[in-house]
Design a protein around this ligand. Structure first.
Ligand SMILES: [Zn+2]
Length: 294
């Protein structure tokens, strides 16, 4: 309804007066104005579907059209999307953002930089062509409205950074290979203590309604492990969703993960029983080993 009203009004200059009149009639904080305030747009770009099942994400501040592209690892699948949006005047691409240095996340940087001049490369210290590594907790902006906070989450790689973005009451986090829906990344360059801190201190501290956008679509395999460990209602619900949907990114929140992701339930007596451990770091280590050998 709001969209229809807006598009009619925006299509005619005569309607500006009507719009202004409506603004004086509709109380602030109503649904009408709240929907106007949502300006962060996220486009998922699946890559290597059926193999790595990676995601790149195009994040745009709609009022200014300023955009960043997250982990554009496979340029043949990402560049055409960027080109068509630039040519249509829909985006002003300013930066590549990388969640970590692995080739299937940062390996496309060189080619993207050749095709799109003058981009900043924001990411961890080991990412290809990186020229801005934010400090842990450092914030920056995309356009006028989107605030971005870099959260260091070393373990999968030592340069892993999750990017928490907020625009009004819209909250999202891009978690790379640290947190997946119903799972977590392998501990390639770190240990269970670091993953426990990343998931259960750093990411768990985000507001529960923060939507999760991971680096891969691994939910089907992850929920298989979760259900083998624990047969709770939230896990059964996730299993049903994964069976019916091929894409699960942005559909679950940090609050959901605390319920259906066993790696975020390291203080739960049910998980203690299954792993035979009670110390959260030892529980994390045990779960990862069980998952690796599944
Ligand atoms: Zn990785």
């Amino acid at each position: 309804m709001t969209l229809v009203i807006n598009s009619i009004f925006q299509s005619s200059p005569h309607c500006v007066g009507v719009m202004n009149f409506l603004r004086t009639q509709i109380p602030r904080g109503s649904r009408f104005f709240r929907s106007q305030a949502r300006a962060m747009h996220i486009q998922s770009i699946p890559m290597w579907t059926g193999k790595g099942n990676n995601y790149a994400y195009l994040v745009t501040d709609e009022p200014t059209k300023q955009s960043v592209i997250i982990d554009p690892a496979n340029p043949p699948e990402v560049a055409p999307v960027l080109k068509s949006q630039i040519e249509a005047g829909k985006i002003n691409l300013t930066a590549i953002v990388n969640t970590h240095h692995h080739w299937d996340h940062a390996g496309g940087n060189g080619d993207i930089l050749k095709q799109f001049k003058g981009l900043q490369v924001i990411g961890g210290k080991d990412c290809a062509s990186v020229n801005k590594t934010p400090a842990d907790g450092e914030t920056f902006k995309i356009g006028d409205r989107i605030s971005v906070k870099a959260l260091y989450t070393p373990c999968h790689t030592q340069d892993s950074i999750c990017f928490y973005m907020q625009d009004g009451d819209q909250r999202v986090v891009f978690t790379g290979d640290t947190l997946f829906i119903g799972g977590c990344g392998r501990f390639f360059e770190g240990n269970a203590k670091e993953m426990h801190k990343a998931l259960n201190e750093t990411l768990a501290a985000l507001p529960d309604d923060t939507k999760v956008y991971p680096g891969h679509e691994y939910t089907k395999a992850n929920v298989k492990f979760c259900i083998a460990v624990s047969q709770t209602e939230p896990i059964k619900k996730l299993q049903a969703f994964a069976e019916q949907n091929t894409e699960t990114q942005g559909k679950f929140t940090i609050g959901d993960e605390k319920l259906h992701n066993v790696f975020m339930r390291v203080n739960d007596p049910e998980i203690h029983k299954v792993t035979g451990k009670t110390d959260p770091v030892e529980v994390m280590a045990a779960l990862r080993e069980m998952k690796n050998s599944m």
